[in-house]
Write a protein that binds this ligand. Structure first.
Ligand code: SF4
Length: 326
């Protein structure tokens, strides 16, 4: 059976994710079949997730100065990247959540560039969550680095619904990207998140020098942890990082990756995260949303919220996909 027929029968008809070998075939599909496989990925998303597009806003409460060495990240304190530490207070956070909700977003993710949350950060979050939920009708996600089971329980008890911790790339390729911690440590945090009943959000970055085999392995490994949401980033080579001179992911490769991730996880919320404007542009974003993606980020409140989301909302209207409501 051809990969197109396998994708149709397994992912579209039965909602079963493809295996690693099949995902590799999707990633290698010739140009003439790209449109067809992207359409199957889109039909799979429509059948198993519905037509809604989820919009999420992100706010950073601690930017820069991270002790880890993730080679793609401008927030590592170990590289010469021009991002420096900044902190936000609670009223600023509530204001950001309000503005985010006004864009149509149903999810607000609070992010901190840390290896793990310290007591200071945890108490700030403990204060922020009820303050936000008191004034804004929105789901709160957190991304605060690695967690012990006990920390995960505390965050759940504070009212966090979902926790983001990206596996970043395949287990095999991970040592080429990060040397200060392991892939297994990342996975352990996700196990702690699941154990306390928070939803898992975990994805990664395409375009860090990994092979198509690595991408297939990564999509399959993500599917095994059964996340609720998967953010897909495309490398935005930041000045000062070790990956500063890497090329952008070509559009065709990006669309194959989107299709593969959708066909690996038919019912997951697959979110376009960082780098899509650079690698895919408006045309590519539209193709991605008609090729397996069903969620977007409204932008980082601190930098780009507003302009991009207006463009996105226009585009969703044009391609007739409704924004998800709570
Ligand atoms: S742990 Fe997160 S913030 Fe720190 S360097 Fe890695 S990706 Fe960047």
């Amino acid at each position: 059976m051809s990969i197109v027929d396998i994708a149709r029968e397994k992912a579209l008809e039965q909602g079963i994710g493809l295996n690693e070998e099949e995902l590799l075939q999707v990633l290698q599909i010739p140009d003439e079949q790209l449109e067809e496989i992207a359409d199957i990925a889109h039909q799979t998303r429509l059948k198993w997730c519905g037509p809604d597009v989820s919009v999420e806003g992100i706010i950073s409460i601690k930017t820069g100065g991270c002790p880890e060495d993730c080679h793609f990240c401008s927030q590592s304190g170990l590289f010469e990247s021009p991002v420096r530490a900044a902190r936000l207070n609670i009223p600023e956070l509530v204001e950001a959540a309000k503005k985010t909700a006004k864009t149509g977003a149903t999810e607000f993710c609070i992010v901190a560039a840390v290896k793990a949350p310290d007591e200071n950060l945890l108490s700030q979050v403990a204060e922020a969550i009820p303050a936000i939920l008191d004034e804004v009708d929105i789901e709160i996600s957190l991304s605060l680095g690695t967690l012990t089971r006990e920390q995960a329980q505390r965050l759940k008890d504070m009212g966090a619904q979902r926790y983001n911790h990206n596996l970043e790339t395949s287990k095999s390729f991970f040592p080429n990207v990060v040397t200060t911690h392991t892939w297994e440590e990342r996975k352990e945090t996700l196990e702690n998140v699941r154990a306390v009943g928070m939803e898992i959000c975990s994805g990664g970055i395409i375009g860090m020098g990994e092979s198509l085999e690595d991408r297939a392995e990564f999509a399959y490994q993500l599917a095994q942890i059964e996340p609720c949401e998967v953010p897909m980033n495309f490398l935005d080579p930041r000045p000062g990082t070790p990956f500063a001179n890497y090329p952008l992911v070509p559009l065709g490769e990006a669309l194959r990756a989107v299709a593969a991730f959708r066909l690996a996880m038919p019912s997951v919320t697959l979110r376009f995260a960082g780098g899509r404007e650079l690698s895919l542009g408006d045309d590519g974003t539209e193709k991605g949303l008609l090729g397996g993606i069903n969620a977007i980020i409204a932008g980082n409140y601190l930098t780009t919220l507003g302009k991009q989301i207006e463009k996105d909302v226009d585009m969703l209207g044009r391609i007739d996909l409704p924004i998800k409501a709570l």
